[in-house]
Design a protein around this ligand. Sequence first.
Ligand code: BYC
Length: 325
Amino acid sequence: MYAQMIKSEATADDPDKLKAFQARIDAGEKIEPKDWMPEGYRKTLIRQIGQHAHSEIVGQLPEGNWITRAPTLERKAILLAKVQDEAGHGLYLYCAAETLGVSRDEMTRMLLDGRMKYSSIFNYPTLTWADMGAVGWLVDGAAIMNQVPLQRTSYGPYARAMIRICKEESFHQRQGFDIMMKMANGTPAQRRMAQDALNRFWYPSLMMFGPSDKDSVHSAQSMRWRIKINTNDELRQKFVDQTVPQAEYLGLTVPDETLSWNEERGGYDFAEPDWTEFYDVLKGNGPCNTDRIAARQKAWDDGAWVRDGLMAHAAKRKAAKAAAQ
Ligand code: BYC
């Protein structure tokens, strides 16, 4: 049922209800779980919030990989706190999605059998310690750019989850930039590692904002419903404009020979990512897709005894209650 549910926004809702609903959105009101909402609105939110939650959980893997290899105790404590934050973000987001009538277990099954996605960025490997800097600086930087406007999204539980998440993401971005500063001002070898990390993470970070506006399937309807506040290209542009001066401050080179300031537009002209690679990664062919899903599958399988135990306990309580009546 949800396979269809999350794919399509087409609905056959009562036109009067739809009109009243749109008026609420246009007036800037928040929609709450028990309010009437079009099926398409519900489906789109489950797709986006669920995908976002999965991204936070899968996103722990590339960084979790470096906790045991952090160069100092302080760096280890910071990275550990960041990765734990991502777990928390996943939980808030799964809870927000559950208010729409889908369980976390259903969403996990949909992730594992390919009906739901997670962010393309986490299908790239983290090869050196400098990648921890690049992930915090660029990946969390892109995430903040996308998520700050989502604090004003029309669905109340999602908007409220985003407020807390954004506060934590700011710390994540700063710790990443701090690692980059250290590396960029370190030995020649450390500087090369920092540049290499920027080279590998630049375009995948640009892909995080989704396809260009002309190819975005959901943006127009999502913006009418104020699920999304900005288009993919608007946010990508803002990210580039914010990040290029930071790279200059680090003394690093953005791997884009076409990059130039456009005085007229008041923004950078930059090269688009390779969209063929993006769609290929979405199809499951990125460098780490198989490993990431295998890790989630293992966590699901390892947790089976907990789920079974809870179900057995719930069934026992229900039977005891029925016997007592
Ligand atoms: N990766 O019509 P479009 C984090 C899919 S985690 C994969 O523009 P939409 C962090 C899209 O789903 C950051 N798939 O879609 C965690 C759609 O396919 P379906 C996660 C992508 O939804 C740990 C198709 O392409 N953030 O911060 O209007 C450590 C067409 O796209 C991607 C969020 O999830 C992608 N990059 O716009 C560190 C933010 N892009 O579903 C950091 C919330 C597009 O029809 N999500 N697709 O099969 C959003 O804002 C929107 O969903 C997007 C896409 C802007 C991502």
